[in-house]
Design a protein around this ligand. Structure first.
Ligand SMILES: *Cc1c(COP(=O)(O)O)cnc(C)c1O
Length: 403
């Protein structure tokens, strides 16, 4: 063997660690370049199937493993990872829609989904209309020859009303229109995106489930990632080709962080749920709040629809709830109330151990004020993993600012 200089040997080092290492967690495989044993292998490996590795963008052991586990969580067959929840929404719309198509969006959708429709989609000749998520007939009336995709979300972002998801899906299936569900709230735990009424045959469900892994799967507010899960191989391949051409990649350390948090997701989901229900029920007793929105509260809009698909499984209702502040209270007072909270911190997003609060101006987010929501400023709480008693005491001490 030729004597090599140390600089070469550092790069082409002969040492191989013993095979067979197994820890509790998967390894972090980081790569742009993936090495092939020879040119024939390079020519023959197919990037689209997951039997081999060809380039970091197309997958590594770390990302394949996360994709498979997310399929299990969501009850899907194929999964794609993207850099954020919003990127997951963008991937679906950019992959499935062409100039001249129309996409229908629920009026209570995650806000940036509307921004994408108003921005790039419109610019590229794709139109959109908002439908009333609480009225399947409104959706049916708005479906047209050009409608190719319908977005679903249950419950709505911020206002948390729960739609008749089964009926919305039936309306779309009858017209052969693709449905994509933003399943971030349910997380694959509260209900199954692909099988809303388990046991019904054929299965009633969305074609695509999009998930902001940023929220529950991450669980600590420090990773942005999204997923796009399907049951249909043809639909998956269409999305996968767009995913490749757009160059959507996720970092291996981030994928590993999600893999690390997934084993505790059921426990965390339940803990957030129990705590949020307790606090939401307490808020209902307070005169400062004219309405409390949380799907498990019998008074919350769409509670019966929540019960239809969520109580058969985990019974999940998640860790978010929103209050409507009495209409005579000013925005300045509401801001003071939020500022006065000690445990609930001010910040976007949710899903981590720390409780959060955000005031919302619903009028600016909707095409019309929904009849089922009382007038007033909305304040959304994310209930973290602090003690419920401490969180209740915190809310209680801040209420003085609403008087
Ligand atoms: C947070 C969220 C998103 C966006 O996720 P990011 O990772 O922050 O881009 C999309 N949909 C819903 C319902 C969300 O709550």
């Amino acid at each position: 063997m030729m004597k090599k200089s140390p600089s070469t040997e550092l790069i082409h080092h002969p040492y191989q660690p013993p095979a067979g290492f197994k820890g509790l967690q998967e390894g972090v495989f980081k790569a742009s370049t993936v090495l092939f044993p020879n040119v024939a292998a390079m020519r023959s490996y197919e990037w689209k199937d997951k039997s081999a590795f060809t380039y970091g963008l197309h997958g590594t052991p770390t990302t394949y493993t996360l994709e498979e586990r997310l399929c299990t969580l969501e009850g899907g067959s194929q999964c794609l990872l993207v850099p954020s929840g919003l990127a997951a929404i963008a991937l679906v719309s950019l992959s499935l829609l062409r100039a001249g198509d129309e996409v229908l969006i629920p009026d209570n959708v995650y806000g940036n989904s509307k921004s994408l429709a108003d921005g790039e989609l419109k610019q590229w000749g794709i139109s959109h209309r908002c439908y009333d998520p609480m009225d399947p007939q409104d959706l049916a009336a708005k479906l047209s020859e050009n409608t190719r995709l319908v977005w679903l979300e249950a419950p709505g972002s911020v206002s948390l009303e729960f739609p008749n998801l089964c009926e919305l899906v039936r309306v779309c299936q009858a017209r052969n229109v693709w449905t994509a569900l933003d399943n971030t709230w349910g997380s694959g735990i509260a209900f199954s995106a692909f099988d809303l009424l388990p046991g019904s045959s054929p299965a009633l469900g969305a074609d695509i489930s999009v998930h902001a892994l940023t929220k529950y799967p991450c669980g600590s507010g420090d990773v942005l990632m999204g997923s796009v899960t399907t049951r249909d191989a043809g639909l998956h391949m269409r999305l996968k080709l767009t995913h490749m051409r757009l160059g959507f990649n996720v970092g291996a350390n981030d994928a590993e962080a999600i893999l690390r948090a997934l084993p505790s997701i059921y426990l965390r989901y339940q803990a957030h749920d129990v705590a949020a229900r307790a606090l939401a029920a307490w808020c209902e007793t307070r005169p400062e709040f004219v309405q409390v929105l949380h799907p498990a509260l019998p008074s919350s809009p769409g509670h019966a629809h929540w019960a239809e698909i969520c109580t058969s499984g985990s019974g999940g209702a998640a860790g978010l709830f929103t209050v409507v502040i009495a209409p005579h209270v000013t925005q300045a007072q509401v801001d003071q109330f939020c500022d006065a909270l000690q445990h609930f911190k001010i910040g976007w997003s949710w899903g981590g151990h720390l409780s959060l609060v955000v005031p919302y101006d619903l009028a600016s987010m909707r095409t019309a004020w929904p009849l089922h929501i009382k007038r007033g400023i909305l304040v959304r709480f994310w209930v973290g993993l602090e003690s419920v008693a401490d969180l209740q005491a915190d809310l209680s001490q801040a209420l003085i600012h609403l008087h």
